[in-house]
Design a protein around this ligand. Structure first.
Ligand code: PLP
Length: 499
């Protein structure tokens, strides 16, 4: 195919020049119906680009095949057999992949360090998760992707699991040995889904860790808006091999998706793919060089330790995206939560991740020396301000075992069962009816259907006291937790045992 083409983008260009007028949605009629202030703030051009795709850019029968051609170009560019665009983010794509692979009931091997959208997928799809233990770093309290041996062991225990789902790269930029995990899955005759939300750029430069498709995964889910460039919510499902039925995958994505897809999102995906296919190596090469310089400069600052080598041992990850710059600030004597809040309030600088002891800056090809200089200067000023900031409040970390209780009931059953909201201390020994997910990075600590143990309650409550945020919880302060009504586990009055 000719990667210079961008069918959706070109169609939008023609559409704007062509003077068609729709007595149909969108009701704002290219912005005519929008008040002046909204137009000024959002941008008139955004409304001009917000047109119908089917029955607008393409006709009612999609006879120009614009979307399918743009998807085929994407598939070719990333080495997949098929690609499906979505305007519901990877949160939608991951659910579609889970539905397509596990088909509405049964079991799925899932790495315990997944994003909250996977937990939503377990609820939607009615699946029992069979957790694969990630590699926990007890010093940093970070999870690395699981090893291929852990996946093999999980298939030995749960041979009826429909497939396996892992996250790679993690939001920290650490990558699994996807090739080895894919080999294990395929030896068991099962597909591998990779949540590659943070890895849209990986296929386009060989100095980056290899992409999930290159490594032999069956389905990969990417967010274009994270490490690519496009509007929020742009996501692509990549597919290869025979283990996942492509019609079912498309149907599952259709089941969850909107019937009013956003042309801005789709055309931006199309344009980004063209840029990457034609110039990705050069553009990403520049970003990788910049990241190297930024890492050195930050590491040279007193109190800031750029974490790199220790993320890449046999006991941790097998690859690292250099654009994700993880910095340990424990020497500064402030928590990542307070440091992140200070940077936002005083420097107008937002970071991608912050936790009890880390900050993480996510670099993109859109960054250059001027933006990264701003980052470095603001970190210098943070260091100067650090003595005036509060000392970190201690967090009571659970052991990896305590973080991974066996499910007591399927997440869907727990989520939809009669629930009650109880004081946090009384939630110990009860079955969770809600996920509890600190953000960032959005990895659920409690999944509906799990036995809540004291260590996890202590962790979350001490975390919230230290600045952790748990959005979506019935009670954000975590003084109360939503649990399944009328159930109490036999060991409820003791410290939670390892189960
Ligand atoms: C690992 C991971 N998977 C999936 C998602 C969901 O992606 P999206 O925001 O595109 O819906 C996220 C979002 O942060 C994520 O970190």
């Amino acid at each position: 195919m000719d990667q210079r083409e961008a069918p959706l983008l070109s169609a939008l260009d023609e559409d704007k020049a062509g003077g068609r007028y729709g007595f149909t949605q969108p009701g704002h009629r290219s912005g005519r119906g929008i008040d002046a202030e909204t137009l000024r703030i959002v941008g008139a051009e955004a409304f001009r680009s917000d047109v119908l795709v089917t029955g607008g850019l393409d006709d009612r029968k999609s006879s120009r095949g614009l979307l399918s051609r743009a998807e085929a170009l994407m598939a070719e560019a990333v080495g997949a057999e098929q690609a499906f665009f979505s305007t519901g983010g990877s949160s939608l794509s991951v659910k579609a992949a889970m539905l397509a692979v596990a088909g509405g009931k049964g079991q799925l091997l899932v790495s315990r360090d997944v994003h909250k959208s996977v937990v939503a997928g377990l609820v939607f799809a009615g699946l029992m998760p069979r957790w694969v233990t990630p590699i926990w770093d007890p010093k940093r309290h970070l999870a690395h992707p699981p090893s291929s041996d852990a996946v093999d062991e999980a298939f030995a225990h749960y041979p009826r699991a429909a497939g396996c789902l892992i996250t790679s790269p993690t939001p920290y930029g650490t990558c699994a040995d996807v090739a080895a995990i894919a080999e294990v899955c395929h030896r068991h005759g099962k597909p591998l889904i990779v949540d590659e939300a943070w890895g849209a750029h990986l296929p386009f430069h060989d100095a980056l860790p290899g992409s999930a498709m290159q490594a032999g995964a069956d389905v990969a889910v990417v967010s274009i808006h994270k490490m690519g460039a496009g509007f929020e919510q742009g996501s692509v499902l990549h597919l290869q091999g025979q283990l996942v039925d492509r019609h079912r995958l498309a149907a599952c994505a259709g089941l969850l998706g909107t019937t009013s897809v956003n042309a801005l999102i789709l055309t931006a995906i199309d344009g980004w793919r063209r840029t990457m296919a034609l110039e990705g190596r050069r553009i990403l090469g520049g970003a990788i060089d910049l990241a190297r310089r930024v890492r050195e400069s930050i590491d040279a600052l007193d109190g800031f330790d750029v974490v790199e080598d220790e993320l890449l041992t046999v006991e941790s990850s097998s690859g690292l995206d250099p654009l994700q710059v993880l910095v340990d600030i424990s020497e500064l004597g402030v928590s990542g939560y307070d440091a992140g809040a200070w940077l936002r309030a005083h420097e107008g600088v937002d970071l991608n991740l912050y936790d009890h002891r880390h900050l993480q800056a996510s670099l993109s090809p859109a960054d250059d020396d001027s933006t990264t200089e701003r980052l470095i200067r603001s970190l210098e000023r943070l260091r100067a301000a650090a003595p005036q900031l509060p000392r970190p409040t201690p967090i009571l970390f659970p052991t990896p075992e305590e973080l991974e209780p066996e499910p007591a009931m399927p997440p869907r059953e727990a989520f939809f069962s009669e629930a009650e909201v109880v004081e946090a201390k009384n939630a110990v020994g009860r079955i969770a009816a809600e996920p509890l997910t600190p953000w960032p990075p959005g990895m659920p600590i409690v999944v509906p259907g799990e036995n809540i143990n004291e260590a996890v309650v202590d962790y979350l409550r001490s975390g919230v006291a230290a600045g952790m945020v748990v959005p979506g919880a019935a009670d954000h302060t975590l003084e109360h937790i939503r649990v399944v009504a009328h159930t109490r586990l036999p060991w409820a009055d003791q410290r939670a045992p390892r189960i």
